[in-house]
Structures are given as C-alpha cells and as structure tokens.
Design a protein around this ligand. Sequence first.
Ligand code: MG
Length: 384
Amino acid sequence: MIAAVCALPLLISSLHAAGGFYGDPPDATHPWAIHDMNRPQPPRVEPGTFSSQEKPGIPPSDAVVLFDGTEATVSNWVSDKNPGEPTKWVVKEGTLQCVPGSGFVRSKEEFADCQLHVEWSAPSEVHGDGQGRGNSGVFLMGQVEVQVLDNYNNPTYADGFAGSVYGVNPPMANALHKPGEWQVYDIAFRRPIYKDGQLVDPGYLTVFCNGVLLQDHTPLEGGGGHKTRKKDRPFPEKGPLKLQDHGNPVRYRNIWIRQLPKRAIDGGDTSVMSAEATAAKRAGIASAIRGNAAKLEGKEKLLSLLESLCYANDGGAKTQATRMVDTFAAEIKATPTDKIESKKADVVQLNNILQYLAKFQIAEFAAAGGLQQIVTAHGWDKKK
Ligand code: MG
C-alpha cells in the first residue's frame, strides 16, 4: 500500500489517488484520511455458492469448514459431555444427525467474533409441540443460543422461537420452511468486551434465516438461559461452537465459520478507534511512509515526507521537507519567464499540497506564500 505512493505517476491528477492531500486528513479517532489509498485493501475472499434444498452450497475460500457432509469432518467435533471422546451423533446421507440422549456436540476448534453459516432440518415426521418439536440450538462460544426449533406451524413463547436469541430476544419474523426442508442460518456474532472489569461492548448477534433478517445487532445481555434472565458478563477469549441435543433428531449440514477481524473496541482498527490506538496507528503509518521516503529522491521523496506529516508530525521529516520546499521555491523564482510554463504542473501540485497542509493545520511552510503568488499571477488556479 505504501509502495503505491512511489509508484504513482506524479501528476496533479494522480493526487486524487494518492494517500494524502485529498479528503479530510486523519484525526484523533481516525488514523486514515477519507479516501486514503494507504488504507489496506480488503483481503480477497473467493465467494462460495448458495445452497438449494437438494444440494448444499460451497463455502467461501477463507471459511473454516466444520462439517461438509463427510465422516472426515465429524472429527472436527467431540462429545460435549466427554470432550475426550468422539460425538455419538451420526452422519446420515451427508448430514450430521443428533442422537437423542447423546448430549451436545462441540467443535474442537474455538472461536470468538465470527460469521457462522449453518443449515438445519427438523424431522419431517412431526412429533410434539411447543419447545418439544424439532428442538436443537446453535451455541456461539458455547455460551449463547440461537434457537433451532420447528416453528413452521407451532407456536411457542416468542423468546424461544426459531431464530431467537434464546431467552433474550424473539426473531423479527418466522421465515421457516416446512419441517424436513433445509433452513439456512447466517449469523454474525460479536462477543462481549470488558475492560478493567467494566462492560465496554455488550456483544451482538445478527441472524438471517433463509435470507430473512431475524436479529439485527441484538445485544447479548449476557446470553439468555431457560427461565433465567442473565446479566451482562464477560465471555472467554474464545469458545467452541456447540449444537444442542434437546431430544429431537435434528439434522445439520454445510457448517462453516469465518473468523472476523477485531472491533476497534477490542484492539482492532475498524470503525472509530480510541485516541491512543489512533495515535499509535498514525505513528506506524507515518513511519512506514518515511521509511519509504528514505529510498526515494527528488520530488517523490518530498511528496512522501509531506504525506507522512498528515499522519504524525516529526521534526526531522519537517526540517528535511522544509529544506526541499525552499530549494524548489528558489529554483522556480530563478526560472526565466519564458521557461516558467514548463514548471506549471510541479508548482501547482506542490502549491495544492502546501495549501492542504495549511488548511488542516498539519504544517506551515514559509515558501508557501511565494508559490501561491506565482500560481495566482499566472492564472494557474483558474479552471479552464
Ligand atoms: Mg434449543
């Protein structure tokens, strides 16, 4: 990303693509400028395919596949009662089926913030009612249940409905297919964050069922429980995914999970960051640009030094840049009138940058006034 700065053709028009001098600069809680090309590109993920009733889809390329219909992937799971033992749940026709009485299954691998895809199917032969019909559950970090229940034509208490955050919040809709058909849950999970024993983020669940939004960033409230209202509480750093044995032979297929980058509140660099984290990030970006500037010459070097000042001030970089700006201004001043037009692009470019740095109180340069005068005198600031 930083390398792109030196690779840019140094024309005025290219400034719009450069890291600095374009949008509002970094500030106390944003380490990057608006439209900042130094901000890392999103990592490439090959998307998967959607499932049909007949056939499960393909997971995206960066997913951890927990169950893909094969016996081999059952080894990703253990018995929750006896974690040293394999699960007694069985693989049938490419599905992982709950064996009533065998207990929950839990993933060997543990996860924190994640995107989870899981498909389930309640028995087509309907037995029981209320919470007794096709009941299972998806337990994020083993702590909080997204309810799995055959509610196709089966009322129950709303906060225990399919797609509820069990005991916390009902789903916004009943978007279930018939029992025996495949239901698709797509879940985004964020664990609670505590600092110094204080809750700073309650954690959230977002749930889609068959493409319909059921939970929209629902606060976890500590995760619900049966008959018991929990309070906000710390979760571990990571935990296993668990699937519930509630006495019904519910089937699962196509289970995959993507670990998500940390939130700003959890030490990540997405969204609005703390002042301390922002300052550290800005210092790192500035240092990388200066490291790159040290390998450059002439104008490329100057532009990189000036760009670095947008992220963090540095006496050495400012002094070096000032010397180079002064030298450039002196050269322009000494340029004969009939040759000055050939310097237009460079003068306008540097003038724009110095104006930007002054406007946002990033840095002042004594030579800026003289460059601005030249630009104005030749009408180079007028749009044609
Ligand atoms: Mg359940």
